[in-house]
Design a protein around this ligand. Structure first.
Ligand SMILES: [Zn+2]
Length: 416
């Protein structure tokens, strides 16, 4: 079976989300005092999108179970199933990060399989807050910034960490300690520090109260800001605050992307983005959270190598179609631009190799399925999609996008 079908995402109203960005983008009325953190498009069992099919609406995971040949195209089905499994391998999200998120990292596939089996054997329920591995999958992820976006990403070079520590009076003793340690030993010690140690390091920095005068790439800014925004009590300081001196503070400009591989510690701090990841919920927390931090598991999975952040450059205005390049085999993200005033750039034709999700970010399009149907009664031949609306395009479907109002869409797919 091939074809195009209207898809509707699901909301996640976590407390760190903003009030208006997602309602404005997806176009539904925002309610007072509600937070809208994430909009999900995919088949994750915990919150599947709804697909309109044959005159009814059903969860996408159920639809894919009933029509397994729409995820992978004929050419690559056997290989993809071996590598990626039977399910839709990716999850597309819009995030509105108003408050900083916890520092986190994600396991490799091998680590996830071992961890999941171990927690099952220990009888820890999937819903238990102490459960770390919710499934057997890894979770590489990429993001494209929809605003100026700030995040923590990987360890800085040791030289840069030493600079950060030496230039702050209360952290100078730590610099001396790091001179004789590698990053893993040093990080382990910092994460296991007691309240008295954290107070000695952090209270003098928090007491400065000069965040409004500091540039956003200054760790002191984020220490002061996060303590206030996350209401971290001064007598219960979070060791995660120290990570602003250890990890890269990265600014991703609108349209630029960044990729987080297994083991790379990261934390989203502020802004809006599009996130595309392997379909998994395996998160190992590393601070900036009141939730359980499993230090032993964290140290097992964290990649302590020095990272120089690599940004994926922005698509240029005159590129009709642009695919952001990452090493992930589970997903690829493309942007598609259309402009009814310019005939040359307003008729985009393509053929999916595998099941894909299209989300209109701006403007309006007509999306046509051009593939001859064996079971035409079941197929939607044309959809009109406005900003915030989306569609599932089955594998091996020829499609045509015509812009009705200028804008762009994103297409989540597999690398070709
Ligand atoms: Zn993550």
């Amino acid at each position: 079976m091939t074809g195009i079908y209207k898809l509707t995402g699901t909301l996640q109203q976590y407390a760190w989300g903003g009030e208006n960005y997602i309602p404005n983008l997806i176009q539904f009325p925002a309610q007072a005092k509600q937070t809208y953190a994430e909009w999900w498009l995919g088949a994750h069992n915990s919150s599947p999108s709804q697909i309109e099919f044959n005159g009814t609406s059903m969860p996408l995971n159920q639809f894919l179970n009933e029509h397994p040949n729409v995820v992978y195209g004929e050419k690559s089905a056997v290989k993809n199933r071996q590598v990626l499994g039977d399910e839709l391998p990716y999850l597309l999200k819009i995030l509105d990060v108003k408050q900083p998120l916890s520092i986190q990292l994600h396991p490799t596939k091998a680590q996830a399989e071992i961890g999941f089996a171990k927690e099952n054997a220990q009888g820890i329920a999937l819903t238990d807050p102490k459960r770390t591995y919710k499934d057997r999958n890894h979770k590489p992820e990429m993001m494209i910034a929809l605003s100026d976006f700030w995040l923590l990403h990987g360890f800085k070079t040791k030289a840069k960490i030493l600079d950060s520590l030496r230039s702050r009076h209360s952290l100078q003793a730590l610099a001396t300690q790091l001179e004789t340690q590698d990053l893993r030993q040093f990080y382990t010690a910092v994460m296991q520090a007691n309240q008295a140690q954290l107070a000695e390091w952090l209270l003098p920095i928090l007491a400065q109260q000069n965040a409004d005068k500091l540039p956003l790439n200054d760790p002191d800014y984020w220490v002061q800001y996060s303590q206030q925004a996350m209401n971290i009590p001064l007598d219960k300081l979070d060791a995660g605050l120290m990570c602003f001196y250890l990890f890269n503070i990265v600014e991703v400009k609108q349209g630029e992307g960044i990729f987080q591989d297994a083991g790379i510690p990261h934390a989203y701090l502020r802004g809006q983005n599009i996130e595309l990841m392997a379909c998994s919920d395996n998160v190992i927390r590393g601070g900036l959270t009141p939730k359980h931090v499993d230090i032993a598991e964290l140290l097992k999975v964290i990649d302590c190598r020095e990272v120089v952040p690599e940004l994926i450059p922005v698509a240029t205005e005159n590129q009709t179609e642009f695919t952001y390049h990452t090493p992930a085999k589970d997903f690829a993200l493309a942007t598609i631009r259309y402009n009814p005033q310019n005939n040359l750039a307003n008729n985009i034709q393509g053929k999916t190799q595998n099941g894909s999700i299209l989300l209109v970010m701006q403007g309006e399009i007509a999306l046509k399925s051009k593939t001859a149907q064996k079971d035409t009664a079941l197929s939607t031949a044309e959809l009109t999609l406005k900003q915030g609306q989306s569609a599932f395009i089955c594998a091996d479907t020829e499609y045509e996008i015509t812009g009705m109002q200028t804008g762009y869409a994103v297409l989540a797919k597999l690398p070709e």
